[in-house]
Design a protein around this ligand. Structure first.
Ligand SMILES: Cc1ncc(COP(=O)(O)O)c(C=O)c1O
Length: 377
């Protein structure tokens, strides 16, 4: 069914086609070409980080993280159940076991106070995920990781250009990842990036990303032939896609401002219904600066959520739920989990509704969405 207002629409920032043409005519359209370098330089400067590499997706950046941490059968990794499958698949693919943690009912991020009881002698890492572009409680997560000598990976797929205590999400843990999937604030269809904050992984990241070879060094002119050094795969982003991405990243702040406007319009216009107790709006702790990736409503019950979702759909607006919990999925059950194990995660998943939010959502469309919601409330 085609909706008058889709949930997401990839928006042009302006020069995408111009840059794609330039990339095509440059004679190098594979990875690490001219536009990849421009994207990387821009991100290095913006995020105050040293090592960031474009990847073919956020999922592949997560896969790389599991390789870099040497996660293997017998290892355990703490991860929220309220996340995308890729956060867990990354290490499950290499035989490590997920230990699902409960989320906080305010930010919907991993509950830092529920992590320590899950730690055993087998625990190797914590994979946190910044839901909706709002940061996890990073100070506490860092403290726990340090205390138990665990690696901390940030799934910041949704969180480019968002901050925790004035530091960019994705640059705080040992490794961070971003997604440039078409649903993200900054996108190129399919794409991602890995940020290496722990220097000890930098050299190996370059090798793992280049099919297990030292080709990156070769291209930099540091060696005169390259060879097989390690395991790895093909994780580079095509330069044609990097050209598209660069056109978006050039407008990184303008895109954020556009989303802020939409987010605040929803927030300000629906606040009275929160006060009346009909629903709950997103919570952004004072330590966090969001990138306005998702705007959601939390209803009191699954029935209320579904009623709103169905009615909005009848009005031509596609509003959607989010994350069927991983622990109670068919795959989660294989690890011994069952429905009822994580009550907050399960309850949130049944009550959450995401409203359309994309860079060029028009004011008249936002007004129509808010009017439709108000009518039903
Ligand atoms: C939290 C989270 N992790 C990982 C991913 C995977 O990113 P990609 O679609 O670029 O592979 C996504 C994207 O949908 C995501 O939202």
């Amino acid at each position: 069914m085609k909706y008058k207002i889709p949930f997401n629409r990839p928006s042009f920032a302006g020069k995408e086609l111009k840059y794609i043409k330039q990339s095509v005519y440059s004679g190098k359209i594979s990875g690490d070409g001219m536009f990849s370098k421009m994207c990387t330089d821009l991100l290095v400067k913006k995020l105050h980080t040293k090592a960031i590499y474009l990847t073919s997706s956020g999922t592949h950046a997560l896969d790389m993280s599991a390789i870099l941490l040497n996660l293997k059968p017998g290892d355990e990794v703490i991860v929220p159940s309220f996340t995308f499958t890729s956060t867990a698949n990354a290490f499950v693919m290499f035989g490590a076991r997920p230990k699902f943690a409960e989320i906080r009912s305010d930010t919907l991020n991993i509950d830092e106070s529920k992590i320590e009881p899950l730690i055993t002698s087998k625990t190797k890492a914590v994979y946190c995920m910044h839901y909706a572009g709002v940061g996890c409680e990073m100070d506490k997560l860092k403290e726990i990781s340090k205390k138990y000598k665990l690696f901390l990976v940030e799934d910041a797929a949704q969180a480019l250009n968002a901050k925790y205590k004035n530091r960019y999400l994705g640059t705080i843990g040992d490794i961070g990842i971003y997604s440039f999937h078409e649903t993200k604030n900054y996108n190129c269809g399919e794409g991602g990036a890995i940020v290496i904050n722990n220097n000890k992984f930098v050299k190996r990241a370059e090798i793992v990303r280049e099919k297990g070879t030292d080709r990156t060094k070769f291209f930099k002119g540091e060696i005169n032939k390259y060879t097989w050094k390690d395991i790895g795969s093909s994780y580079l982003l095509s330069d044609v896609l990097a050209a598209y991405l660069y056109a978006q990243l050039e407008h990184i702040e303008e895109i954020k401002r556009k989303r802020k406007y939409i987010f605040e319009y929803y927030f300000d216009n629906l606040r009275e219904y929160e006060k009346k107790g009909y629903l709950r709006l997103p919570v952004i702790p004072k330590e966090c600066e969001t990138n306005y990736h998702i705007f959601y409503l939390l209803f009191d019950s699954n029935k209320d959520r579904d009623r709103m979702m169905n009615n909005l759909r009848k009005s031509g607006i596609l509003a959607v739920f989010h994350y069927l919990p991983l622990h109670s999925s068919p795959m989660g059950k294989k690890f011994g989990y069952k429905k009822g194990d994580l009550p907050i995660t399960e309850s949130i998943s049944g009550r959450l509704l995401r409203l359309p939010i994309y860079n060029d959502l028009k004011l008249r469309e936002i007004e129509y969405i808010v009017k439709s919601i108000k009518r039903l409330l």
